[in-house]
Structure formats: C-alpha cells, structure tokens
Design a protein around this ligand. Structure first.
Ligand code: FES
Ligand SMILES: [Fe+2]
Length: 362
C-alpha cells in the first residue's frame, strides 16, 4: 500500500465512513462489569460509550450524553451506579435499560412523554466474553462476521477468563501498521530475540488465510514451553493435548488481536486516535482457577509481553516516521508476510481501492 494510506488525513476520515462506522469494534471484557449497576466508559472513534450492566444480568451500551441539553452523563471511567443513572445538570434520571424514568418539572410541558427520550443505544454483542459495539444503524450480522471462529477457541474457555493484568500503550503509529506488525514474524529474529528462541520465526502456519479474521499457530520449541520470561508455562494449562506446543495468533479486522497460549490468552485492543496515533489496551487473561493455583506466576507472562509489545511499538513508530518521507514507497511482500498481504487485500477491498493502489505503485 502506498505511504499515503498511513499518513493522510482524508484516508483517516474515509476509514470512519467505510470501516469504523460499520464494523464490529471490540470494547473490552464483559467480566469487567460483574453486578447490577456496574459501569465502564469506553472511548472509541471520538465517542464516549457508557457500558452498563442492568438488573437482568444484561449489558447495555449507550452514548454517554443526556437527552435534555446533551450534558455528558458520566465522568468516571468506571464504577457503580446506585439505583439509576442521573444527569449531573438538571437531574433527568435513566434506568439501566436506558429508559428515561424521571424528568423534574417536565410534566407541565405539553406533549412531553418520557418514553420519547431514552438514552441513545449502540448495537452490542458479546462473543467469547468480549464486548463488541457497532456504530451502524443496520449493523452487519454479527454471526456472519464471526462464523470463521465459531467454537474454534472452546478449549481456552474464553468466556470464563478474567483480566489478570491490563496495560495501555500510546503508540505513535497508524493503526494499520500495528496490524502489519502483528501479522508476520519476519521481524522476530531482529526485533524479538527472546521470542524467537521460544517460537522460531519460520515455525508458523495459517489456518484463516483470507477475510476479516486472519492467522494461525506457531510451534513452541521448548517442551512444556510458553511465551513467558522463563520460557515455561506460568500456570495450569487451558489448551488440549494437541495444542500444548503451540501458540495461536489472530487479527480481527479492524481492532483486535488475540494470542492464545497453552495456559493464558493475551488480547490487544486498538483505539485509533489520529492518523499516526493509536492507543493499545493489552489484557492478560487467565482462568480464575488458574489464578488460585500455586503454579500461577503472572509476572512471567506480563513481563514477556510487555517487553515484546515495546519492541513492536518501537518498530511501528519507526515505520510511521519513515513513511512521512516524500520518497517513501513500500516494497514487495516477503513470503513470510502472506498474512500482511491478506490484511492489505481485505482493507483495500473494504475501502474500494484495490485498483487505485495498484495504479499508484506502477
Ligand atoms: S442536560 Fe441532563 S438533565 Fe439537563
Ligand atoms: Fe513483533
């Protein structure tokens, strides 16, 4: 893809129209909202979305503003509402399902009906414990998008996993450069010597090779190994026997990466901030029983991925800087970059620019 795709403001805007306003975007874990009234703010594409768990153990997503004068309803990033959601301005009050339940002094306004002013809802689905939101009025059917991974990760018991650790990283690179980086291990010998000892870079294969979800397994060299500082598993295993010497890596277009290890799962959730800025939330997910085990050594996994993340963000930032040059023109794909090429095909198809990109290269 020509350099302009990573640096141009107009492409960034066009991506909102063609991708981010229509696709399912990951917004974190359902397990972060345990009880009735628990809430969390999620900031996606310049919108604050309020995620709330209501009395029927159901999750809702609302735009975080009041239907009266439009004040932002909730300032805290996360917490617990008592009995309802009350606007701090004139005290309009909403139930956890978004219905306007109280509007002081509005009864005297002719024609006013509370039922006409619920909170604005955003489409939401929960898949394997991950919350997905969709800004579209008629979202693409969720089941269709996620059909390639239906029941694929059952061994890892994803809905039961809890966030054992989270770290957020501001990265000075376009979101697509992070997808590129996660899509290949061509860079592993130079950028990640430790990772490359455990999963040598050529030991990779792919089982999802085209479309919005891409990736596959890599073989772990040390017996009983995993991606940890010691190279050994850091807790009781989740994966079945056939997957104990493997780690699976997948990208979910356009804002999630999953890494499934024998004993834990790491997710990277991307939030675009600007053309050359992306906020990445990295979660280390473990089973609650594993966290109680005497073999549980969270730090080993956290340190390993924190080190790997920083190594990756550095080269992504270098690439962003390089692409700002007037002479920047990316070269051909290596064989080891087949998933990166598949991502580009998917992206350019969605943007309606496959031919245009070919023309610019010639
Ligand atoms: S702006 Fe919310 S009650 Fe007036
Ligand atoms: Fe990497």
């Amino acid at each position: 893809m020509p350099a302009g795709f990573f640096t141009s403001e107009s492409i960034y805007e066009e991506e909102w129209e063609k991708i981010f306003s229509r696709r399912w975007l990951c917004a974190g874990r359902a397990s972060e909202l345990q009880g009735r009234g628990d809430f969390r703010q999620c900031n996606l594409e310049g919108e604050s979305i309020l995620l709330v768990r209501d009395g029927e153990e159901k999750l809702h997503g609302f735009y975080n503003h009041c239907r009266h004068r439009g004040a932002k309803l909730c300032e805290d990033q996360s917490g617990h509402f008592g009995e309802n959601i009350q606007c701090p301005y004139h005290a309009w009050t909403y139930s956890f399902n978004g219905r306007l339940s109280g509007a002081p002094n509005m009864a005297e306004v002719e024609g006013f009906r509370k039922s006409d002013y619920p909170l604005e809802r955003i489409a939401m689905e929960v898949w394997e414990g991950f919350i997905f939101l969709n800004f579209g009025d008629k979202p693409e059917p969720f089941e269709r998008t996620f059909a390639p991974v239906k029941d694929k990760f059952a061994q890892w018991r994803l809905p039961e996993l809890q966030v054992a650790h989270r770290k957020s990283y501001p990265v000075g690179a376009n979101w697509k450069l992070l997808f590129h980086n996660f899509s290949e291990c061509y860079h592993c010998p130079t950028v990640h010597p430790r990772l490359n000892d455990i999963t040598p870079y050529k030991n990779s294969s792919n089982d999802l090779k085209e479309g919005p979800i891409l990736g596959g397994p890599m073989l772990i060299k040390p017996k009983g190994g995993s991606l940890t500082m010691s190279g050994r598993a850091c807790g009781p295993l989740l994966a079945g026997r056939e997957n104990r010497q493997k780690v699976y890596f997948y990208t979910f277009f356009p804002n999630l990466f999953l890494s499934l290890h024998p004993e834990y799962v790491v997710s990277h959730r991307l939030e675009r901030q600007a053309t050359g800025e992306t906020l990445v939330h990295c979660d280390w997910l473990f089973h609650p029983e594993a966290m109680e085990s005497p073999d549980f050594r969270l730090e080993e996994a956290v340190q390993f991925w924190d080190m790997t993340n920083r190594q990756d963000w550095h080269v992504c930032e270098l690439t962003q800087k390089g692409l700002l040059s007037r002479k920047a023109l990316p070269g051909p794909y290596a064989k080891l970059e087949s998933m990166l090429a598949a991502f580009d095909r998917e992206y350019l198809g969605v943007m309606g620019k496959r031919d245009q990109s070919r023309d610019q290269e010639q």
